[in-house]
Ligand binder design. Structure first.
Ligand code: S3P
Length: 431
């Protein structure tokens, strides 16, 4: 049964607004800690359902976690010697859990089955399963989709592919799965992608002593290898910060600072695009932080004009493109988003679901194969159906912060990445 949630309007929005820990880093922190041979401590993990899926999958594989009193988690690494799970591994709504764990399990020498919810079960998995065959791994899909099976290969070590393997798409999940399989493979694994996707896996590997080198779009690791155990506080999520920033920009009166946000260019396209649209966005106090950097982001209310988002900017704004399309609907003039065909394979077909969202608000949006053309103009309240897509739910909430009368169907799915988003609006905002 799906719920219908009314969204509170926000006219004034001030303060230091915290956002959850970064989801991409959270998954990787738990996986690298599990693969290490010692004890790691990870603080600042996001509490959303996706990273909980990674933790429960690793628990089913025999990895031990201990919740510390300060909210951090202690992980007893098993060096990749996983136990055979009693039941299929449930990745929930999380593509990152399923794809990265497939890379790990391809080399783990145990038989496993990975399953997910209705949205994940509709997403393409051959893009991970097929290239893993080049390692001698046997991973099978169900007509290209989950359930996915990683078969044991009698415990023998994988062989690094003789030739560089191409990911085919600019996908950090595919690239990461192949690099993680490389940890279990004898020899040098080289992965090449057509354009640079987010590079968190490479940064973690470098930070944790895995022999890895990058040469343009080609990344090589020498295996077999294991990461060192580590202590980390996960940086805050720029993808979640984007929703807070969007509310601030659309407000009559806003001045918010979002502290300690992951400051990695491959994740900041949304903020670059928003600046290009005329928003007042400033980064301050950049500082190194484990494998990454963090910075504070200050955003004030402002007026937006349309822009063009394509190429590298589209890739670096990937998960925020539905929100950027919405910002385009609030802006003056035309906004074009192109080179984003991958959005069709996310938690929903985001090209279609975003167009439906903007139309539900009375906006003008033309759906294209690889993006949209949006014409800014008057918008009104309406009902947005989030389906299984947390980014649509949260974008709907941003629309409702500005427009009276917005409701979001199945808003509960926002729990995947930003539990408590509406509480943040109530706490730091007023009508
Ligand atoms: C992610 C990579 C992205 C992104 C997803 C998280 C990751 O997908 O959409 O939300 O953590 O590696 P791609 O595999 O398309 O890059």
């Amino acid at each position: 049964m799906s719920d219908v949630t009314p969204i509170p309007t926000v006219r004034s929005f001030h303060g230091r607004v915290p956002v959850p820990g970064d989801k991409s880093l959270g998954h990787r922190a738990l996986m690298f800690a599990a693969l290490a041979e010692g004890v790691s401590t990870v603080a600042g993990l996001p509490s959303g359902a996706d990273v909980r899926s990674t933790r429960s999958v690793l628990t089913s594989l025999g990895v031990q976690f201990e919740n510390l009193t300060d909210g951090a988690v202690r992980v007893i690494g098993c060096g990749g010697n996983f136990a055979t799970p009693a039941t299929p591994l449930d990745c929930g709504n999380s593509g990152t859990t399923m794809r990265l764990m497939t890379g790990i399990l391809a080399g783990a020498g145990i038989d496993t089955t990975l399953v997910g919810d209705a949205s994940l079960t509709a997403r393409p998995m051959a893009r991970v399963a097929k290239p893993l065959a080049a390692f001698g791994a046997e991973v099978t899909t169900t007509d290209g989709k989950p359930p996915l099976k990683a078969h044991s290969h009698g415990g023998k070590t994988l062989k690094a592919p003789a030739e560089p393997i191409s990911t085919g798409v600019a996908s950090a999940q595919v690239k990461s799965a192949l690099l993680l399989a490389g940890l279990f493979a004898e020899g040098t694994t080289t992965v090449v992608e057509p354009a640079a996707s987010r590079d968190h896996t490479e940064r973690y590997m470098r930070w944790l002593g895995v022999p890895i080198r990058a040469d343009g779009l080609s990344i090589s690791i020498d295996g077999p290898a294991r990461p060192k155990a580590f202590t980390q506080t996960v940086a805050c999520d720029p993808s979640s910060a984007a929703f807070v920033a969007a509310v601030a920009v659309l407000c009559d009166d806003a001045d918010v600072t979002i502290p300690r946000v992951l400051y990695n260019p491959s994740r900041l396209g949304f903020f670059r695009a928003l600046s290009a649209m005329g928003a007042d966005v400033q980064f301050s106090d950049p500082a190194p932080d484990g494998p990454e950097e963090v910075a504070d982001i200050r955003v004030r209310s402002g007026r937006l004009t349309g822009t063009r988002i394509d190429g590298e900017l589209s890739l670096d704004s990937l998960d925020e493109l539905p929100l950027l399309a919405l910002m385009g609907a609030f802006a003056e003039g035309e906004t074009i988003v192109a080179d984003a065909a991958e959005l069709r394979h996310k938690e929903s077909d985001r090209i279609a679901s975003t167009a439906a969202m903007v139309r539900a608000l009375g906006g003008t949006i033309e759906e294209r194969e690889d993006g949209w053309r949006i014409v800014g103009g008057p918008l009104r309240g309406g009902e947005i159906d989030a389906g299984h897509d947390h980014r649509i739910a949260l974008s709907g909430a941003v629309a409702g912060s500005r427009l009276p009368g917005v409701t979001v169907r199945n808003f509960a799915v926002a729990e995947v990445s930003f539990p408590g988003f509406l509480d943040v609006l109530r706490r730091f905002g007023s009508e």
